[in-house]
Ligand binder design. Structure first.
Ligand code: HSE
Length: 429
């Protein structure tokens, strides 16, 4: 489609939808080809809910599928969210009707991206989702367009602004997790269901999409190993800092001989690494490729302005006729990557044990690690506080996850160990 006049049907009028309508009202000529963009129809859960945008002149659709297939809709913009339900039904309907689709829906693309890419390419229309990953940071275009001349080997990023905000605030203010989460919700970073954020699933959706683009596969969300920040203790954030690390929710993907490994974990990042310095609600991405080497992107990953800018950039691509395969290769030939057995993964670990403050305890813990073949890299013990136990921390050299898990189980059974040992991974970046 190359067009001088583009009529949008926009479904979903939350933060991003309202931001997009306001942007288009202000800059209807934003597309580089010089054409005009107008919003003709809208759909959302409630028509009457107060919003920071006037929709009284737009045609209202109760059903997003009807909006997606309306003759007045040239491009369907899906901002409803969620992997299934009306978001999926309306995107499928638009593609089948030969309408280009622009979406910010990471769950939809991560969970059904391969099928939707096939549908889009069979119908000869673009399916674009820049706003699905890292909000205003052009990570999707970067992977899909800029990196075609290279081979990405690995990527690691901070892809969830809510978690980054929570971790940064916990570290700098010493406030509790729940308290800081309430702030993130108020500031509009968090998803409607914050377990998507703090459980690591939002970051997992995003890294699944980046992995598919980087390595030329269909996304496979079920292959991601996901751990969130909801079980993280403030104590570990403090102790990690004493050891020269900052705890970040790191989403990573690596191409190896055994396939694509996609992981999300709260991880220790050296304080001087650029990923450790992306504070607040910022998103950041660190990529290693064969020819270019190391690349770092950083910026706002959420919010009305940045995310609407990413949606608008996709609309501009539709208007200028830019159509590329959705995931680097023609969709009909796309394969889904398989899952890698996490027990073989080599990790460097931070282990924290809450132990009784009495003779021989450290020796017993180290002996169990030595017997399992886990080599200790550094050790930290803090004086006993007001609690019953005293924390001891060890960082390890590289070791298989399965070996580490067996050693932790054994140590958890020692009478002098008061609590389940805590394991955090040291990011390999
Ligand atoms: N809840 C997401 C975040 C918003 O916190 O990053 C953008 O996907």
């Amino acid at each position: 489609m190359t067009s001088n006049f583009c009529r949008l049907g926009v479904a979903g009028l939350g933060t991003v939808g309202a931001g997009l309508l306001n942007f288009i009202a202000e800059r209807p000529d934003f597309a580089p080809a010089g054409g005009r963009v107008v919003v003709t129809g809208v759909s959302a859960r409630s028509r009457s809910r107060p919003r920071p945008v006037d929709i009284s002149n737009l045609t209202w659709f109760d059903d997003p599928v009807a909006l997606a297939t309306s003759p007045e809709t040239d491009v369907y913009v899906e901002l409803i969210g969620g992997a299934d339900g009306t978001a999926k039904a309306s995107v499928e309907a638009a593609l089948k009707a030969g309408k280009p689709v622009v979406t910010a829906n990471k769950a939809l693309i991560a969970e059904h991206g391969g099928d939707l890419a096939r549908l889009a390419e069979a119908n000869g229309v673009p399916l674009l989702f820049e706003a699905a990953v890292m909000g205003g940071v052009p990570a999707v275009k970067f992977m899909r367009e800029a990196m075609v001349g290279d081979d990405v080997q690995s990527l690691a990023g901070i892809l969830n602004g809510t978690c980054n905000y929570i971790l940064s605030e916990m570290e700098t203010t010493g406030r509790a997790f729940a308290d800081v989460l309430a702030d993130a919700q108020r500031l509009g970073y968090a998803e409607a269901d914050p377990t998507m954020d703090v459980g690591g699933y939002d970051a997992a959706h995003k890294v699944t999409i980046l992995a598919a683009l980087a390595f030329g596969y269909a996304p496979n969300f079920s292959a991601a190993q996901v751990e969130g920040i909801d079980q993280l203790d403030l104590l570990d954030i403090k102790l990690a800092h004493d050891l020269g690390y900052r705890v970040k929710l790191i989403a990573s993907a690596k191409l190896g001989a055994d396939g694509v490994r996609v992981q999300v974990h709260p991880s220790l990042v050296p304080l001087d690494h650029p990923l450790a310095q992306a504070g607040g609600a910022l998103n950041a991405l660190f990529v290693e490729s064969k020819r270019i080497g190391r690349i770092f992107l950083q910026g706002p990953g959420a919010g009305a302005g940045p995310t609407a800018a990413a949606v608008a950039a996709d609309i501009a691509d539709v208007m200028t006729g830019m159509v590329r395969p959705v995931f680097q290769k023609p969709a009909a030939s796309l394969q889904q990557y398989g899952s890698v057995d996490p027990s073989d993964t080599l990790v460097r670990a931070y282990l924290r044990f809450m132990v009784k403050d009495e003779p021989g305890v450290i020796a017993a813990v180290s002996e169990s690690l030595a017997e399992a073949g886990v080599s200790i890299e550094s050790f930290l013990q803090k004086p006993a506080g007001q609690t019953d136990g005293v924390p001891i921390v060890m960082t390890t050299h590289s070791v298989a996850e399965s070996v580490l898990a067996a050693a932790i189980d054994q140590i958890a059974g020692l009478a002098t160990v008061l609590d389940r040992p805590r394991l955090l991974r040291i990011a390999q970046i």
